[in-house]
Design a protein around this ligand. Sequence first.
Ligand SMILES: Cc1ncc(COP(=O)(O)O)c(C=O)c1O
Length: 359
Amino acid sequence: MSETSPKLRAELEGIPTYKPGRPAAAGGAVAYKLSSNENPYPPLPGVMEAATAAASSFNRYPDLACTDLMNELSDRFGVPLEHLATGTGSVGVTQQLVQATSGPGDEVIYAWRSFEAYPIIAQISGAKSVQVPLTAGAVHDLDAMADAITDRTRLIIVCNPNNPTGTAVRRAELERFLDRVPSDVVVALDEAYYEFIRDPEVPNGIELYRDRPNVCVLRTFSKAYGLAGLRVGFAVAHEPVAAALRKTAVPFGVSRIAQDAAIASLRAEDELFGRVGTLVCERNRVVEGLRAQGWTLPDTQANFVWLPLGERAAAFAQACETAGVMVRPFPGEGVRVTIGETEANDVVLKVADAFLKES
Ligand SMILES: Cc1ncc(COP(=O)(O)O)c(C=O)c1O
């Protein structure tokens, strides 16, 4: 038997592994997970019932085309069915989009630091990541991103609001940027946290896409709608982009449980958005509390805050963990803290106050 190892694609070498937010410690002190930008609320009763009912038929494959969900999305967002595609979370849809647009020799532009799945997905497809640093204020530098376009650019991702900094780009600057992008380069507006935006100047990508055939809006049921564990997201884009996303989807990737829960969630938006409103109030309370303590942090439009702690990021995360709260450190850069239950946010404020006084 020869000892040569199986041939795998060279592109896979050195791919950073996706680091999920660490779970809350089991047992012991009260522990909260503020490390994955999840919704802290349990499923709404109606959504739970829809998911449970769908579970009774999981011996069957789900509807490949997600017909009922697509119809619901089409009505809810006022977009034609042909302009929709679904996937296993918006990470799944992002992967479909990169596969549909970019291969070896192509370039994918996105801001950095931004969502950590982007470099992984780009590298798997063999495309080159072109990372454009955020501004000093931790905001997308759209001028620099436009300057980075070459004739090899196939896709530009704008994460709005940006994970992990929470900062958002506004309508005028985004439109100016879109005007500079060649019409054959796809621009993905990753709006995973759209529902948490309160700045009226931050645009709804679904309005921007309508007269821009190269714009693709990515949305998810994982955050505001609270279905992170069910894996369902969607894209809104003109054809042929949406059609390409349907082609590159994993067949039957979105389970029937996820499809039915997503439909029930859309029908329960009043209650869900009430919860989002509560989280936004908590966010404001946390931001104001931190600033009153003397912290400097960027404005956030998402369900998390960013503490640009630099070298002290790991120490702060450790202090939070000791106090029973898991947060998400980016060593050497900062810490992202999800807005969660009031009690969890209180612990963060307490730790932050002590941390600042000690340092
Ligand atoms: C910016 C951004 N996009 C997309 C996602 C993916 O969410 P999901 O795949 O659960 O829909 C996340 C999740 O953390 C995110 O932060």
